[in-house]
Design a protein around this ligand. Structure first.
Ligand code: PGA
Length: 264
């Protein structure tokens, strides 16, 4: 794993945008795996700015989002459909027919639907570059603690911590989702490259467990230790509990010398 420690959230966003932009330019028909949440907002802002100044073209790209709440229509302001439209898709030229987000408004037949989502990823050639955030409990996507490391896209019950984190976003308790459809950890491990972004003290414990702890289903992000090309881009606050920070800086310096293309 490559661990890139940046001063603050703005630098994390810029570094990630540099890597994503370089990947889109190198392969215009790229298949992107996209995430929602507060963390990738800065990255999306940077990508929109690059697109609007004419230096980034998404017209041949395809995207698959990680997850969506169950029971929310795409018009709901807290749905991930709404989020993606508002912060990215309405501002770039990614063709609507190549945007994929799990459908949270399904009445049933989840197993069949999720298998089709997986098939659709395979039909598109597989995900080239997957963006991830990380939950305080170490989740990636909505793969809550104890998710199988071999899990595929499926319906998943949300943990108490995730529900607590969501509380401020929902006006009333009855609206708060209890389940989501999420790509699995096995799905994420098959992507060709992963960029996990994290910022702030609240993520420090999860980041340290993911990078330096044992691989365990209790911390879903620790499964990324098995991924052949995973880069964590984190700020100093999120890196606070790592014990090998000097070594990670040294590795980044060497990476700049020997495999520059891994960094922006
Ligand atoms: P956040 O969520 O970016 O809003 O902190 C990350 C996550 O829960 O995966």
């Amino acid at each position: 794993m490559l661990v890139v420690i940046k001063k603050n959230y703005e630098e994390v966003s810029r570094e990630a945008a540099g890597i994503v932009a370089a990947a889109v330019r190198a392969k215009p028909e790229i298949v992107l795996g996209l995430a929602t949440g507060g963390t990738p907002l800065g990255l999306y802002k940077e990508l929109v700015a690059l697109h609007q100044t004419g230096s980034l073209d998404f017209s041949r790209a395809t995207s698959f989002n990680l997850d969506e709440y169950l029971g929310l229509p795409s018009s709901h302001p807290q749905s991930f459909h709404f989020f993606m439209q508002e912060h990215l898709f309405s501002k770039i030229n990614l063709p609507a027919q190549r945007i994929h987000i799990p459908d949270g408004s399904l009445p049933g037949e989840y197993g069949e639907y999720c298998a089709r989502y997986e098939q659709c990823i395979r039909n598109s050639g597989g995900i080239d570059l997957q963006i991830l955030g990380i939950g305080r409990n170490g989740h990636i996507g909505f793969n809550e603690p104890t998710s199988s490391l071999a899990s595929r896209t499926r319906l998943k019950a949300l943990s108490r911590e995730t529900t607590e984190d969501n509380r401020q976003s929902f006006a009333n308790e009855s609206e708060m989702p209890k389940c989501a459809i999420t790509m699995g950890i096995g799905t994420i491990l098959e992507t060709r490259k992963v960029l996990l972004l994290a910022s702030g003290h609240s993520k420090a414990a999860a980041v340290a467990k993911a990078i330096e702890g044992p691989i365990t289903s209790s911390v879903s992000a620790s499964a990324l230790q098995l991924h052949p090309d995973a880069t964590f881009i984190i700020d100093e606050e999120a890196a606070h509990s790592l014990t090998q920070r000097d070594y990670y800086h040294h590795v980044v310096e060497m990476t700049k010398l020997f495999s520059r293309e891994k960094l922006s």
